[in-house]
Design a protein. Structure first.
Length: 145
C-alpha cells in the first residue's frame, strides 16, 4: 500500500513497533528510530524539533512559522558540546532539485547559528542510514561518539 503522507519512509520491518511520537510530538519512522538511537547513548540528551527564530536568532521550541524560521530535527547536547542533527526523508529531500537548494539554505542558517554558539556544523543523515533500528543505532553512534 502506498502512503500519501509526505516525508515518511515506511520501511517494512515486521517486528518493529513504532509509536509515531518523539517527545510527545508526531514523528516519522526515521525520526523515531533516530530518537531511540540517541536514547541509547546515555551521555547525550536532545530536544526534538527546535527552531531558530529569524527575528531573535535564538533557539526555541515555539513554532511561529515566520519567514526564515528553520527547524532542527534533533538538537543534541553532551556536556558543553552541541550537535544539530537533520534527518533527511526520502520524499521531502531527494525527489526535487529545488529541495536541494532549500536544504542548502536551511543548513547554512543552522551552521551560522552553530558557529555563533561556538559549535560545529549541522549533521545531515539520509533516510537509508535509518532504514531499521540496528542501522540507525550504528549511524547515530558513529556520528556522536
Amino acid at each position: 500500500m502506498t502512503s500519501l503522507l509526505p516525508g515518511r519512509v515506511f520501511y517494512f520491518n515486521a517486528d518493529e513497533e513504532l509509536t509515531g511520537q518523539v517527545q510527545e510530538q508526531d514523528a516519522s519512522d526515521i525520526e523515531e528510530r533516530s530518537a531511540r538511537a540517541i536514547d541509547k547513548l546515555p551521555e547525550w540528551e536532545y530536544a526534538f524539533r527546535l527552531r531558530i527564530n529569524p527575528i531573535t536568532g535564538n533557539l526555541s521550541a515555539e513554532h511561529t512559522n515566520l519567514t526564515g524560521e528553520v527547524e532542527i530535527d534533533f538538537f543534541g547536547q553532551r556536556g558543553n558540546e552541541y550537535k544539530a542533527i537533520l534527518v533527511d526523508g526520502e520524499i521531502s529531500h531527494f525527489y526535487a532539485l529545488w529541495q536541494r537548494a532549500a536544504d542548502e539554505e536551511k543548513t547554512e542558517k543552522i551552521n551560522a547559528f552553530m558557529k555563533r554558539i561556538g559549535q560545529g556544523e549541522a549533521i545531515r543523515i539520509p533516510f537509508w542510514q535509518l532504514a531499521d533500528q540496528d542501522t540507525a543505532d550504528r549511524t547515530i553512534r558513529n556520528l556522536l561518539m
